[in-house]
Design a protein around this ligand. Structure first.
Ligand SMILES: [Zn+2]
Length: 91
């Protein structure tokens, strides 16, 4: 379930916080509340969130962050790609 924070009442903006089911990372996405409401009311996500990218819509729909999405669908290209070194700061 998406968590919703009203961050800008004047400009009708809300921050939706989703937890990625793959890496458990929390990610915040700022969207227009009217667009969010349209989606909740049953509009197709691509029709509701006209101002978001496909990746951002995916975050709202599934919670999967763009990094995990890339790993799931571009794994063949990603074999030589190392973007995060594991934390080794155990003193
Ligand atoms: Zn993730």
């Amino acid at each position: 379930m998406a968590k919703l924070d009203l961050i800008d009442v004047v400009n009708d903006l809300v921050k939706v916080v989703r937890t990625c089911p793959q890496c458990n990372k929390e990610q915040g996405l700022t969207v227009k509340y009217s667009e969010y409401q349209a989606w909740k009311d049953g509009a197709l996500i691509q029709n509701a969130f006209v101002s978001l990218t496909a990746g951002e819509r995916e975050i709202l729909k599934t919670g999967i962050c763009e990094k995990c999405w890339d790993e799931m669908f571009n794994f063949e290209e990603d074999e030589i790609y190392v973007d995060e070194t594991p934390r080794t700061d155990t003193f």
